[in-house]
Ligand binder design. Structure first.
Ligand SMILES: [Zn+2]
Length: 95
């Protein structure tokens, strides 16, 4: 029920993926300051956190919305180049 990307939804439809290098850049930026994310291509103030999702994304592309605690991923969307990405944003330091 909590799918974040579904046909017919009002949510923006991504037009393509970010590269691995861009994904890494976004991940580092997110860990530094989640409220200040720059798109590697478009620059500052274009990235929005659409939702927090389970880190394991279904092969069909559906993801369950979750709380930003423990293991989770953040679904990011750039309003300028219309690309979306899920980055693993949860704590990674052991227990
Ligand atoms: Zn962009």
């Amino acid at each position: 029920m909590n799918r974040i990307v579904e046909e017919g939804d009002a949510l923006p439809q991504p037009e393509g993926p970010f590269s691995d290098a861009e994904a890494l850049e976004l991940l580092m930026a997110y860990r530094k300051d989640p409220s200040n994310l720059d798109c590697p291509l478009c620059g500052p103030s274009t990235i929005e956190v659409l939702a927090f999702i389970e880190p394991d994304i279904d092969p069909s592309g559906f993801a369950s919305v979750t709380d930003p605690e423990g293991d989770y991923a953040a679904a990011l969307y750039c309003h300028t180049c219309h690309r979306a990405i899920g980055i693993l944003a949860g704590a990674v330091r052991g227990e």
